[in-house]
Design a protein around this ligand. Sequence first.
Ligand code: NAD
Length: 263
Amino acid sequence: MRFQGRVAIVTGGASGIGAAFARRVHREGGSVMIADIDGAKGAALAANLGDRATFRTVDVADAEALAALADATVEQFGAIDILYNNAGIGNFGLTPDLPVEQWRRCLAVNLDAVFFGCRAVIPHMRSRGGGAIVNTASASGLAADYGFTAYNAAKAGVINYTRSLAIDHARDGIRANSICPGPVDTPILTTGVDAIPGLRAEWEAVVPSRRFATPDEIAAVAAFLASDDASAITGAAIPVDGGLTAHTGQPDLRDRMAAAASA
Ligand code: NAD
């Protein structure tokens, strides 16, 4: 019951990692304000959780909507202890071909929104003596892949902005950390991947653990960072990626060595 008496906001809370985080915080006694652009799924999740859970339709690219979200959370639950900036969208396109509007929307939802959310909650946290901010970045913020142009830029921005937050607000008792998931079994990835025959197997094969993570495996780390168990951790960017970013990408020699040993 790490979150008993605590109040958490989670963006992108209607699906995947955000929904898993909302369920986990709620299960451990916390109150959750679920924010998402998908009204139907978000409302259904809040109704399913029942007491101590509320949903609000929010486009995180809208700074005023995030300010209103923070105010509504304080009005309903009396405080904000945790902000999980997690909403995100994918994007694909090489620089010469990527429409400016797509670049801007990708940066707005994945990066600007993190700033808007923090801007809205930090005054509340500061007046209360502290709080915890967790931001979903990505392995794609630590390194780059073909055509991930705007997404790579946005997620790298989340990682370094989180460090900046940690430094600026350490003396306010506010911790800020980012999580860098590798591939996770959620619609943002699987909708596109599963439309291409064989791509999931190819993708899994380059992860040292040989599988996509589950949303709950990412939410577990977010919950840890949001809890007092992580009271000395701030400014960290934690890979949760089955070893993806630990690997240089050079050939895996184990099968060849096993074959040579048995020859
Ligand atoms: P998901 O598709 O299950 O959930 C994303 C949620 O964000 C959805 O509910 C969607 O409606 C919401 N959302 C999108 N745009 C929004 C907006 N403008 N305002 C409010 N909500 C919005 O995917 P997920 O994997 O749970 O994604 C959560 C985060 O994890 C994202 O930031 C994503 O970039 C990041 N991430 C995912 C993976 C992966 O492989 N799934 C890997 C690394 C990082």
